[in-house]
Write a protein that binds this ligand. Structure first.
Ligand code: NAD
Length: 505
């Protein structure tokens, strides 16, 4: 049996087993609702199962389960909680081939280039937070009132609502559930309707080391399931990754109960190549930065590629040469570098922006620009990795988040000019500069309006690299120690007096 067939069967069996299930109080169960959301394999368009379309009844059951579990979980010493989470990570490691293959089947992200590294990064992140359990401590202050002890605590908040998108559903799930749970909270996770199974599988395996109800998973649509979860009176913290438009709704819905919200939202990120850059790394950095091997479906995708005029042709030629070598195909085929776009809806979004670009007289397709059909691509949601030139910077193609495999190359003359253009966006998620001029690099770091800034490299966010956006790209940072402390604990200030009228006796 070829690996493809083996991988496919492994993933499909798990999808079928998890179909129509939610995870409540430690068990996979059927939901209250009879409504279902069909789940498709993006590589082939075939139906691989369905997810319950939960509404407020299932939300209530999940929150009650989490609330009950929280009463005991918060009392377990932090390091014991950390040990359980580490044991959960070990289980994930033991079953990683199931997780990787289901991630690939669910999302259409290529197994070798995306699903395998995302699974490894998720396990690493889980282990990192488990190891930080002993650091959940407050501060001790020198007392300014005689005979007192003055300190602060770091306590769990309560039931956490975690809502994730479909593009990196495992890593984004772990970035929320691991620190929340280590910090002593319980969680209700709402998966993304397009890719619910991989996050459910990860949670099912992971929570086997936790008391039932500490981690609950439901599925459903935004308004019908996400909103009642956000507004539920027993939910005391909301952590959300997704689009700006939904992030704004969530912030508003959580506001009346003064519920703290973490938001990781979209971006339209500049990737700037100065003429003094080392082009051997910068050209590859355009490919990596645009996340072409995830079909451009990354919040950090460097979709505005600024190239200084002197080296413009050389960079374009280098990028095109590398793009031509990438193989697009079924996500579960280990030969594929690039998989499929998540859904027909997202594919249409890419087609819409490409229509705008193609109707612009100055615009030119430098590479790609086609939707392959027939043969291996029949019924799947594929679009070629695409690089455009000549698109005006004020075009929606250059201003709005496409969340597909389309980048725009933009020539520039001076550093001042490119900085002005790079910052001319309501987003502020990530930014990259390629230069060998240290002074320029430092000026860039100081002036660029982005929360995740890199110079001469373009790696994806990972464990222990504090990550989050500025401006319309979000509120708060994730993936590092500060995210656990700042987002998943609350603090009491305590003054204890020795309680004696005469301390000398
Ligand atoms: P989306 O905002 O449409 O949906 C995200 C999640 O929110 C889904 O689970 C969805 O069901 C839920 N949702 C939708 N409406 C809701 C509502 N009214 N109330 C509660 N929940 C609701 O985003 P998407 O299309 O799934 O994902 C793509 C977006 O996510 C892009 O904008 C991308 O940039 C962003 N993203 C950001 C990061 C980051 O870390 N900054 C990472 C990945 C993706």
């Amino acid at each position: 049996m070829s690996n493809f067939k083996k991988n496919y069967e492994l993933a499909l069996n798990n999808a079928k087993r998890l179909s129509d299930k939610i995870l409540i109080d430690g068990k996979l169960i059927s939901a209250q609702t009879d409504k279902k959301i069909p789940v498709l394999n993006p590589s082939t368009g075939e139906n691989i199962g369905s997810a319950p379309q939960c509404d407020k009844n299932d939300v209530n059951i999940a929150v009650e389960s989490a609330f009950k579990a929280f009463q005991k979980w918060k009392k377990i010493p932090a390091r014991e909680r950390g040990k359980m989470v580490a044991a959960g990570a070990k289980r994930l490691e033991e079953r990683k081939s199931e997780i990787e293959t289901l991630l690939s089947l669910d999302t259409g992200n290529a197994l070798r280039t995306q699903a395998v590294p995302e699974t490894a990064a998720s396990i690493e992140l889980t282990n990192m937070f488990a190891g930080l359990s002993g650091e959940l401590k407050g501060e001790n202050y020198p007392p300014n009132i005689p005979n007192t002890i003055h300190y602060t605590t770091r306590d769990p908040i309560g039931v956490v609502c975690a809502i994730v998108p479909w593009n990196a559903p495992l890593f984004l799930t772990v970035a929320k559930i691991a620190p929340a749970i280590v910090a002593g909270n319980s969680v209700v996770l709402k998966t993304a309707e397009q890719a619910p199974f991989c996050a459910l599988l990860l949670s099912e395996i992971f929570q086997q080391e936790l008391p039932p109800g500490v981690l609950n998973v439901i599925s459903g649509l935004g308004e019908e399931c996400g909103e009642p979860l956000v507004t539920h009176e027993k939910v005391r913290k909301v952590t959300f990754t997704g689009s700006f438009s939904v992030g704004k709704i969530i912030a508003k819905k959580a506001a009346p109960k003064l519920c703290p919200v973490t938001l990781e939202l979209g971006g339209k990120n500049p990737n700037i190549i100065m003429s003094d850059a080392d082009l051997d790394i910068a050209i590859q950095g355009v490919i990596d930065g645009m996340r072409y091997t995830r079909q451009g479906q990354a919040c950090t995708a460097g979709s505005r590629v600024y190239i200084q005029e002197k080296i413009y042709d050389k960079v374009i030629n280098g990028v095109v040469e590398k793009l031509s070598k990438l193989k697009m195909g079924n996500a579960l085929d280990e030969g594929s570098d690039i998989g499929a776009i998540i859904s027909e809806e997202q594919l249409k979004r890419t087609l819409h922006y490409m229509d705008i670009a193609k109707q612009t007289s100055s615009a030119k397709v430098v590479h790609g620009g086609n939707q392959p059909t027939g043969g291996d691509y029949k019924n799947g949601f594929f679009y070629e990795p695409t690089l455009m030139s000549g698109v005006p910077v004020d075009s929606p193609v250059c201003q709005e988040e496409i969340f597909g495999p389309v980048a725009c190359a933009i020539p520039f003359k001076t550093f001042e000019e490119v900085m002005q253009s790079a910052n001319d966006t309501p987003f502020g998620l990530s930014a990259v500069l390629w230069t060998q001029n240290l002074s320029r690099a430092l000026e860039f770091v100081e002036d660029i309006e982005a929360g995740f800034v890199q110079v001469n490299q373009c790696v994806a966010p990972r464990a222990n690299v504090s990550y989050g956006g500025l401006k319309m790209s979000g509120l708060g940072k994730e993936y590092a120690f500060d995210s656990m402390i700042n987002h998943f604990t609350q603090s009491k200030t305590v003054l204890i007096n020795r309680g004696k009228s005469n301390i000398d006796n």
